[in-house]
Design a protein around this ligand. Sequence first.
Ligand code: ADP
Length: 222
Amino acid sequence: MKIVLLGPPGAGKGSLAVLIKERFKILHISTGDILREEMRKDSPLAKEIKSYIENGALVPDEVITRIVDQKFTNDIKPDQGFMLDGYPRNTAQAQELDRIFEKTKTSLDCVLNMEASLPVILKRISGRRICKKCGAVFHVTNKPPKVKDVCDVCDGPLYQRSDDNEETVKKRMNVYTESTAPILDYYGKQKKLWTVDGDEDTQILFEQFVQSLNEDKRLHSH
Ligand code: ADP
């Protein structure tokens, strides 16, 4: 299965990705996670990307495209399943991705577009907590950890993403509307778009997704 997850911040891409990855054992490539990992390691790249992320802006296309290109060139075999989450984020990146696919002789089965309403998005993002050690995602009320601020998976400390504050979320929403939403049309024209209701519970969405797969032969062979 070769898919792209699309949707505004807080639409539930990461949570659905966890279930899809568990069931189908495919590689999950989250550009947000990759960039946060660079920041945690305080790598040379971290200095370059920090201000963009903290301001809710997109990091430059060439930086992120280089990372994705390397993944496909070095880590993913043409027939291996993958789930891209957070890339592409604008039309230029969507075109770059098609170029990478052509170069690495791979292709895309579908783009799962998660739509979500603003109140749901704001509630999810304001309560979101992430494990510093393993990246697992919790929510103060929707999915609280057993022990406050401690990860259920690895006992690591939970933190709030620096870009999960109200002001930055507004900017990220604007970036989504202006830069990312136009690529829905790009994938619509390629007949690859499946739109689902991101306000729904992740488990229900996952079950619907599995059912749709059973009805769609394109995804069977991978
Ligand atoms: P969300 O979907 O919740 O907004 P992500 O974790 O996907 O968050 O991304 C966090 C930040 O990382 C973005 O606001 C942006 O600064 C940067 N980023 C992630 N993916 C990309 C990308 N494909 N292009 C440019 N910037 C990106």
